[in-house]
Design a binder for this molecule. Structure first.
Ligand SMILES: Nc1ncnc2c1ncn2[C@@H]1O[C@H](COP(=O)(O)OP(=O)(O)OP(=O)(O)O)[C@@H](O)[C@H]1O
Length: 720
C-alpha cells in the first residue's frame, strides 16, 4: 500500500489531506486527555481517585474527519470515556471550588501525575522549623551554597480544573473566558503543578504548614516537563494575569509599560508564542509584540519603555499609540507593548546599553539552550538588564542539565547580592522522568548501514511495497525530516522532490526550511505546513525545539541528533498534548555507532515509562550493552559539531586524501557508490588525458600558465 497514492486519491478540493484511514494518529484530531501520567493511587492512600485511575489510556477515540492540524476543540467522539484521576476532583459549585485540598490529597495527586516540586534555594525558610517538620530523613533539606536550604520537597495545591483558576486563584474573568474559548478542558501536568505556584504561591502552599514561609516569598520557577505538554500556556497565563491585575490597581501610566519579556531561541518559536499570547489576551487590553530586526527597545525621559518599530505596522497604527496620540510627530511608528517576545541576539542588540527597568517577569523558554554556550552571554545580558526589584524569572524546557540548574540558581543569587534584594525562592518542578522522551509515541532505531542505505530506507517509509508488514511500517504525512546540516537538508530535498505523485500535488508537497532562507520564506513554509499543504518538511535543528505543529504523524531523524537532548526535542514534535500514534524513526549508519548509545537509552527509558515490559522493549539489553559508551570529550564535540564525517555539509569527497578516507560515502545521492566510483574514474581519465595533451603542447612550446586555466575551464564544463 503506497500511502502517498492513497492520500492523493482521497485528497480534498481545499488542498488539505484527508483519509479514511489512521484513526489512531496525531493528525486524527485531539486527545481528549492531554495528560501523560495518571498512575493509579494505591487503595490504602486514596479515597476518591483510586477508582478507574490509570484506565484512561484505554479510552477509545474516533474521529470523523482526518484533519492534520486540527484545533484543540474538534469533533471527537469519545466512547466509554472514563474520567481521569484529576477530573474526578472537579468541583460542582463555586464554594466547592474554593475549598483547598488537604496536604495528603495534594501529595496523592502530585504523585499520581508524577509531579515533583522541590525548593532549590531560599534564605526565607527558617531552618529550625523545617528540621522539626520533616518526618523522614529523606525529606531532610540540605544546606546549599546558594541559599539557606536546598532540595526540600514541596507539595503545592495541584490545579485540578481550569475553572478553579478563577475561583481559587482569582485570574481575570476575560482571561478565563479566552482559555475556555480555546477548548482546553483538563490542565496538563505542568499546568497542574506550576499555575497555582505562579498565580498565588500563598494559596498553593497554604495547606502545608511547614511550607508557609516559602509562600510568603516570591517564587522563581524552573520547570522541566515533556515536549508538547503545554508549557507555553503555563507561563503565559500568569504573565497576562499579573499585567491585568496590576492595571487594576495602578495609575494610567502603567498601561504602556513593558512588563514581561519572553525569550525563545528561534524566530519560529517566538512567533508561535506571540500567537498563543494574543489568543489568550484577546479583549484584555494586554499587548503582545514579537521583536523584529528594525525595532529598538528604548527608555524614554519618563523611564517608560517601549519597543520602537522603524516601519509602519502592517495592521495600521498601533491601538495604544492611537489612544494616547503618542509619537504622531515621529515618522517612525511606535509600538508600545506589555509583553515582548524575542530571540536573545535580537533583543540584546535592541536594548543596547539600556535597562529593562519595568520588566517584572522574564520567561526563558527552552532555557537549557538559552543558557548553553551558544546563547549564554546574550541571555545573561538580557537577565542583567532586568533591574526591577520585583523581577520573577521562570525557566522552561523538556530537558535541563544540572549545570544549567546551578547556573540559573547562581545568577539569581548574584542578582540578590548585586541589587541588595530580598532573596526569592527558586522552585524546581519536574514532570515525569527528567530528560526523557514522551512515552506516547513509538520509537524506531533503524540500522541503514550506509548513507545510500538511509535514502533507500526513507523511500521505503514513503512508498512501502505490498507486504502488509512493510505497509504498517510506513509513515503517514505530514512529517518532519531532520538533517545535521543545511547543505544536507538541501541535498535531501532535491533528492526527494519528485517522490510524491503528481496527482497528490507533486513537488509542492515537500519543502525545506533552514536559517539561510529569508524570514518571509520561512514564515510562508511554516504557514503552508500548518495548513496541511506541505506534507514533508525537511529541516535542520532550527525546528527541533518548541515548535508546535499539532497533528504531525512522525519525525524522521535522517541524520542522528547531536545529543540525547536534541533527540528528545526532535521527536517531541509529534505526540503533542497527549496525542498517540506518532512515530519517531532514527536512521543510523556504521559511522554513527560510537554515538547512539544515549539515544538508545532514552528510547528504552521512554518505553519503560509507557509501561512496556523489558521483554517487549525495542531496545534489548544486549544491544544497549554492546553499544560503545562515548567519552565526555566525544559527547562534547558531537554536541557542538555533529558526526564528524558529515560536518563539511554534504560530506562530499573533494579529491585525493579525503576521497581515500572515504568522505564521499556521506553524500546524499541516489547513485550507488559503484556508480559514483565509475563516474569519478571517468572524470579522472578525462583529466589525465587533458594533462597529457597539455604536456605534449608544452613540449611543442605552448604557454604552461594558460594551459592550467584552460584545463580548469574545460573540466568544469565536462562536469556539467
Ligand atoms: N490543557 C491543555 N489541553 C489540551 N491541549 C493543550 C493544553 N495545554 C496546551 N495544549 C496544547 O498542547 C500543544 C503543545 O503545547 P506547547 O507548545 O505549549 O508545548 P510545550 O510543552 O511548550 O512543548 P515543547 O517542549 O515542545 O516546547 C499545543 O497545541 C497546545 O495548544
Amino acid at each position: 500500500m503506497d500511502i502517498l497514492k492513497l492520500l492523493s486519491r482521497s485528497r480534498k478540493k481545499d488542498n488539505k489531506v484527508s483519509s479514511g484511514t489512521g484513526n489512531n494518529l496525531p493528525s486524527a484530531g485531539t486527545s481528549e486527555n492531554p495528560q501523560l501520567f495518571h498512575d493509579p493511587i494505591p487503595a490504602s492512600r486514596g479515597q476518591k481517585r483510586k477508582r478507574n485511575a490509570g484506565e484512561t489510556e484505554k479510552n477509545e477515540t474516533t474521529s470523523e474527519v482526518l484533519d492534520f492540524f486540527a484545533p484543540p476543540a474538534t469533533k471527537v467522539k469519545i466512547k466509554n470515556t472514563i474520567e481521569p484521576a484529576s477530573a474526578l476532583q472537579l468541583p460542582k459549585n463555586t464554594q466547592d471550588v474554593a475549598t483547598l485540598l488537604e496536604d495528603e490529597e495534594c501529595r496523592q495527586i502530585l504523585r499520581s501525575h508524577r509531579l515533583k516540586a522541590t525548593l532549590l534555594t531560599s534564605s526565607k525558610l527558617p531552618e529550625k522549623k523545617i528540621k522539626k517538620s520533616n518526618k523522614s530523613k529523606k525529606d531532610k533539606p540540605k544546606k546549599s551554597k546558594l541559599g539557606n536550604v536546598r532540595n526540600k520537597e514541596l507539595h503545592p495545591q495541584p490545579l485540578t480544573a481550569f475553572n478553579t483558576l478563577r475561583t481559587t486563584y482569582g485570574i481575570s474573568k476575560r482571561l478565563g473566558e479566552n482559555l475556555a474559548a480555546q477548548g482546553y478542558k483538563l490542565p496538563t501536568e505542568v499546568q497542574m503543578g506550576s499555575l497555582p505556584l505562579l498565580l498565588q504561591s500563598e494559596t498553593a502552599l497554604s495547606k502545608s504548614p511547614e511550607e508557609l514561609s516559602v509562600s510568603s516569598s516570591k517564587i522563581d520557577l524552573l520547570a522541566v516537563a515533556p515536549t508538547g505538554s503545554g508549557k507555553t500556556l503555563a507561563f503565559l497565563i500568569p504573565v497576562i494575569n499579573s499585567i491585568i491585575q496590576r492595571r487594576r490597581t495602578s495609575t494610567e501610566k502603567g498601561l504602556h509599560e513593558l512588563e514581561a519579556v519572553v525569550v525563545a531561541p528561534t524566530k519560529e518559536l517566538a512567533a508561535q508564542i506571540v500567537n498563543e499570547a494574543k489568543k489568550l489576551s484577546l479583549g484584555t487590553g494586554v499587548k503582545v509584540v514579537e521583536m523584529r530586526k528594525c525595532m529598538r527597545v528604548l527608555a524614554t525621559n519618563t523611564e517608560e519603555i517601549h519597543a520602537e518599530d522603524c516601519e509602519e505596522e502592517s495592521g495600521g497604527e498601533d491601538e495604544q499609540s492611537r489612544l494616547t496620540g503618542a509619537n504622531k510627530a515621529s515618522e517612525q511608528s511606535s509600538v508600545k507593548t506589555n509583553i515582548l517576545v524575542a530571540t536573545p541576539g535580537l533583543l540584546l542588540s535592541a536594548i543596547s546599553k539600556g535597562k529593562l527597568a519595568t520588566v517584572r517577569t522574564l520567561v526563558l523558554d527552552e532555557a537549557d539552550v538559552l543558557l548553553d554556550e551558544l546563547f549564554r552571554d546574550q541571555t545573561c545580558g538580557i537577565w542583567e538588564s532586568c533591574i526591577n526589584p520585583d523581577l520573577r524569572v521562570t525557566l522552561w524546557s523538556a530537558t535541563m542539565g544540572s549545570n544549567i540548574e546551578t547556573l540559573a540558581a547562581s545568577i539569581i543569587e548574584s542578582r540578590w547580592n548585586k541589587l541588595g534584594l530580598e532573596p526569592s525562592s527558586l522552585v524546581r518542578l519536574i514532570v515525569g522522568l527528567k530528560d526523557s522522551a514522551i512515552p506516547n509515541i513509538t520509537h524506531r532505531l533503524v540500522y541503514a548501514a550506509t548513507e545510500p542505505g538511509k535514502l533507500l530506507a526513507l523511500r521505503q517509509l514513503l512508498h512501502p511495497t505490498s507486504s502488509s508488514e512493510e505497509a504498517s511500517q510506513s509513515l503517514r504525512p505530514p512529517f518532519l525530516v531532520f538533517t545535521q546540516t543545511i547543505p544536507r537538508a538541501k541535498a535531501l530535498f532535491s533528492e526527494l522532490l519528485y517522490d510524491i505523485p503528481a496527482e497528490a500535488g507533486g513537488s509542492t508537497r515537500i519543502a525545506v526550511l533552514h536559517s539561510e532562507l529569508s524570514d518571509p520564506a520561512r514564515a510562508l513554509i511554516m504557514t503552508r505546513f500548518r495548513n496541511g499543504e506541505i506534507w514533508i518538511l525537511i529541516t535542520t535543528d532550527i525546528l527541533s525545539r518548541g515548535v508546535d505543529f499539532r497533528g504531525i504523524n512522525g519525525v524522521v531523524n535522517y541524520d542522528v541528533p547531536n545529543s540525547g537532548a536534541a533527540y528528545i526535542h526532535r521527536v517531541g514534535r509529534t505526540g503533542r498534548a497527549g496525542r498517540s500514534g506518532g512515530v519517531a524513526v532514527t536512521f543510523y549508519t556504521k559511522d554513527d555507532i560510537p554515538y547512539i548509545k544515549s539515544i538508545a537509552q532514552i528510547i528504552a527509558a521512554s518505553e519503560k515509562q509507557a509501561g512496556k515490559p523489558a521483554s517487549e522493549s525495542s531496545m534489548q539489553k544486549w544491544l544497549l550493552d554492546s553499544l560503545p559508551t562515548p567519552s565526555k570529550e566525544v559527547k562534547k564535540k558531537l554536541k557542538k559539531y555533529g558526526v564528524e564525517a558529515r560536518r563539511g555539509g554534504l560530506g562530499e569527497a573533494k579529491e585525493g586524501v579525503e576521497a581515500k578516507k572515504g568522505k564521499g560515502r556521506m553524500q546524499i545521492s541516489s547513485k550507488s557508490g559503484y556508480e559514483r566510483k565509475l563516474e569519478n574514474n571517468r572524470k579522472g581519465a578525462i583529466k589525465g588525458s587533458q594533462r597529457r595533451a597539455q604536456l605534449a603542447e608544452g613540449d611543442s612550446g605552448g604557454d604552461g600558465e594558460d594551459g592550467v586555466t584552460a584545463e580548469e575551464g574545460e573540466f568544469e564544463g565536462l562536469d556539467d
